[in-house]
Design a protein around this ligand. Structure first.
Ligand code: SAM
Length: 330
C-alpha cells in the first residue's frame, strides 16, 4: 500500500474552529491510511515505553471477564491489551470517526480473533462521540451496562478546557462504574511540565514560555506566565501547545492533579495512586513479568538496553493515575 506523506501544513491551526473540531480533524488525519510511519519515528522507544506503561497498568487493575469503557480509545491501540486481559465486553468511544473506523477494522482483524471460536475474543461496541459534551450512557446499546474498569489513556487533558467539559468527561468515566471498579489512565504531568518551564523555559518574542529538546516542545499560550505568583495559572483553560516528533498537536490544557482528585470525589472516587512515569518504571522494573514485557514491547533498544536521552526526557512529562469507586467490589 502507498503511504501518504504527511505535510506539516496538514496540522496547522485552522482559524475559527472550536477546540473539539480541531481535535476531531487532527485525529481523523492521524488515523488516515499511511499516516503512521512507526519505523521512521524518532520516538519509536518512547511509543513502546508508553505501551508498556498502559499494559502494566491495565493488567494490574483489570479483573477477569471485565466489562470495560475505553474513553478516547483512538484507533484501538489498546484492543490487544483488552484481549490479553480476557475481558468480556468493551465500549470504546472517540471523537474521531476515522479513528473509530480503524478501531472497528482492528477489532475484526485476525489478531483479535479467538482461535477456537473464530470470533473476536470479546464483544464490543464503538461510539463516535465527544466525551466532553455527550453523556455516553445515552449512547450505549444497553444503558444499564456497568463497568469494572474505565480507561482514559493520553487524553484526559483535552477535557480541562473548561469546568463543564471536564465535568462531563469525569461523569462519563465514573457514573456507570461498579462499586470497587477502577478509573485508570495516563496524562500529562502538569507539575513536572510547569517546573521544567520555570527552571529551563525560554521566552520568545511573542512572550510565550517554552521548553524543548530534539523530540518534543511545549509552549504555554502567551497569556500565561509560569513565574507569575500574582496571577497563578488557571484551573481550567490553561492552554499549551505540545509538539512531539515534529508533529504539531492540537492544543491541550493543564490538568492540575489535585483538582482531578477533588472533582472525582463528587463521584465517590478514592485516589489509589498517581505516579510520574519515571517512578512507575522504577517500581515495575523490579517485577519480573513487567520487566520482561519491557523488551517485548520495544520500550528499549534490545542491544543497548537504552533509548535516546531526548525520548527519556519526554517520558518524564507523563503520569499514571488510578481511582477506585467506593463500595464493595462486585
Ligand atoms: N487512548 C488512545 C491510546 O492511548 O492509544 C488514543 C490516545 S490519542 C493521544 C488521544 C485520543 O483522544 C484521540 O483518539 C482523540 O480523537 C481523542 N479525543 C480527544 N478529545 C476527545 C473528546 N472530547 N471526546 C472523545 N475523544 C477525544
Amino acid at each position: 500500500m502507498m503511504k501518504k506523506d504527511i505535510d506539516q501544513s496538514d496540522y496547522e491551526d485552522e482559524e475559527g474552529l472550536e477546540q473539539s473540531e480541531k481535535v476531531q480533524r487532527f485525529y481523523d488525519q492521524l488515523a488516515a491510511p499511511g499516516a503512521d510511519r512507526r519505523d521512521e519515528s524518532p520516538i519509536i522507544y518512547m511509543r513502546g515505553f508508553n505501551n508498556w506503561v498502559k499494559s502494566v497498568l491495565i493488567r494490574t487493575y483489570l479483573p477477569p471477564s471485565a466489562t470495560v469503557l475505553d474513553l478516547c480509545c483512538g484507533k484501538g491501540g489498546d484492543l490487544n491489551k483488552w484481549k490479553e486481559g480476557n475481558i468480556h465486553y468493551l465500549v470504546g468511544a472517540d471523537i474521531s470517526e476515522t479513528s473509530i473506523e480503524n478501531c472497528i477494522g482492528r477489532y475484526n482483524s485476525n489478531k483479535l480473533m479467538d482461535r477456537r471460536t473464530k470470533k473476536p475474543a470479546f464483544e464490543a461496541e464503538f461510539i463516535v462521540a465527544d466525551c466532553c459534551q455527550v453523556r455516553l450512557q445515552d449512547e450505549y446499546t444497553n444503558p444499564a451496562r456497568r463497568f469494572h474498569v474505565t480507561s482514559c489513556q493520553f487524553s484526559l487533558h483535552y477535557a480541562f478546557e473548561s469546568f463543564e467539559k471536564a465535568t462531563m468527561m469525569l461523569r462519563n468515566a465514573c457514573e456507570n462504574l461498579r462499586p470497587g471498579g477502577y478509573f485508570i489512565g495516563t496524562t500529562v504531568d502538569a507539575n513536572e511540565l510547569i517546573s521544567r518551564l520555570r527552571d529551563r523555559g525560554t521566552q520568545d518574542e511573542s512572550g510565550s514560555w517554552s521548553i524543548s529538546n530534539d523530540v518534543y516542545s511545549v509552549s504555554l499560550d502567551k497569556e500565561f506566565d509560569p513565574h507569575d505568583t500574582e496571577a497563578p495559572l488557571p484551573l481550567f483553560g490553561c492552554k499549551y501547545h505540545f509538539q512531539l516528533a515534529g508533529v504539531v498537536n492540537v492544543p491541550e490544557f493543564l490538568l492540575h492533579y489535585p483538582l482531578l482528585v477533588e472533582m472525582l470525589k463528587e463521584w465517590d472516587m478514592i485516589e489509589v495512586r498517581h505516579q510520574n512515569f519515571y517512578d512507575f518504571f522504577s517500581e515495575h522494573r523490579h517485577i519480573p513479568d513487567d520487566a520482561s514485557l519491557l523488551y517485548r514491547m520495544q520500550a528499549f533498544d534490545k542491544r543497548t538496553g537504552t533509548m535516546s536521552a531526548p525520548e527519556w526526557e519526554a517520558i518524564g512529562l507523563y503520569l499514571i493515575f488510578v481511582f477506585q469507586k467506593k463500595g464493595p467490589q462486585q
